[in-house]
Design a protein around this ligand. Structure first.
Ligand code: ZN
Length: 174
């Protein structure tokens, strides 16, 4: 397993639409292993393949709060079947939008059809944090970031600040 570099906004790769996975083989499983390792290392609870530069419809997640008992989830070609008409609000952040958080409203529950780590077809009824997290990650597959739901002004300000952070040389203390 390898820890990969997480791509941060602004970067046009994050706007790519990810492609459907034909078969879940060793290559895809290796990718999922790397994604999970990268996500844990960055202390995130979800990661889409495009965030490490791979435009495939693959997501990994682990929303368990317990450090000892890891409960990873793998979603290949996820598809939302049912969305609740009720909404819930979470303060969201994103590994590709470092240091920014915003309250985002999304359907409270959803039903997702996907292939798991072994390529088996599964259906999951998600609610609460799990539902929000899946929807956030699935947005990545469409090239959408949570800041896209904010006002144009707020979004522009965040992207501007993120670009400035990128332009800065690495700080060294000697
Ligand atoms: Zn994200």
């Amino acid at each position: 397993m390898t820890i990969k570099t997480i791509i941060a906004e602004p970067n046009k790769i994050l706007r790519e639409i990810s492609k459907t996975v034909e078969t879940v083989g060793k290559e895809e499983q290796n990718l999922m292993d790397d994604m999970l390792e990268t996500m844990y290392h960055a202390k995130g609870i979800g990661l889409a393949a495009i965030q490490i530069g791979v435009p495939k419809r693959i997501i990994v997640m682990d929303i368990s709060k317990n450090e000892e008992e890891k409960t990873p989830l793998y979603f290949v070609n996820p598809l939302i079947k049912n969305r609740n008409k009720e909404y819930s609000v979470y303060e969201e952040g994103c590994l590709s939008v470092p240091n920014y958080f915003a309250e985002i409203e999304r359907p409270k529950t959803c039903e997702v059809e996907y292939l798991d780590y072994n390529g088996q077809k599964k259906i999951l009824k998600a609610e609460g944090l799990l539902a929000t997290c899946i929807q956030h990650e699935m947005d990545h597959l469409e090239g959408i970031l949570f800041i896209d739901y904010l006002s144009k002004l707020k979004k522009t300000m965040i992207v501007k600040k993120l670009s400035k952070q990128k332009d800065k040389p690495d700080r060294i203390i000697v």
